[in-house]
Design a protein around this ligand. Structure first.
Ligand SMILES: [Zn+2]
Length: 181
């Protein structure tokens, strides 16, 4: 039987639920802000088994990049806490932001590993690359992004050339007469 406490938590609010693997799920929460819960609908392999199966991956990471291995290990720690709540169905409760770029739609996509370059980054990190995350604070990020993309393009002397992992031009760039591929 699922945990009655979790059921009571969920029962006090009206929820719209979508499967994590549903490709169309994000559309349903576009432009919406609010709270969310990640809920177990069906338990799969035991956490102990999952841990066993992850061992070779972690060992592989540690061999090639100890920092990468430690990073992944830290990110996997929450798995172990699931063991302490064997009947709970609520895995996580969170909220969106209130600005248009921090909606539930965005949160869902982030949680699904939804950023398109996420797998590529991990493939690099797993294979000994070191990558930095660098940022710049500015009031109008989309204009700045476009400026940087144009700069990248111009500096490479190639008509519409994008950084390797950029698949699309930011919409703002497209509107402003950037050459199309
Ligand atoms: Zn519970």
């Amino acid at each position: 039987m699922p945990c009655a406490n979790c059921q009571r938590v969920l029962g006090r609010v009206k929820w719209n639920c979508v499967e994590f693997t549903d490709e169309n799920a994000p559309e349903q929460m576009r432009n919406k802000t609010g709270v969310y819960a990640i809920v177990i609908r069906k338990r799969g392999l035991q956490i102990d088994t999952i841990r066993e199966r992850l061992k070779p991956l972690l060992e592989h990471c540690n061999t090639i990049s100890p920092e990468g291995g430690r990073f992944l290990q830290r990110r996997l720690c929450p798995l172990d806490r699931i063991r302490q709540h064997p009947k709970c169905v609520i895995l996580y409760i969170g909220r969106s932001g209130t600005s248009p770029d921090r909606t539930l739609h965005h949160r869902f996509k982030e949680l699904s590993g939804g950023h398109p370059i996420w797998p590529a980054l991990w493939a690099l990190l797993y294979h000994g690359w070191k990558l930095e995350f660098c940022w710049h604070e500015c009031p109008d990020p989309s204009t700045m992004e476009c400026t940087l993309m144009r700069r990248f393009c111009r500096e490479h002397n190639a008509s519409p050339m994008k950084p390797a992992l950029n698949t699309n031009w930011p919409p703002k760039c497209r509107r402003n007469d950037l050459p199309t591929e």
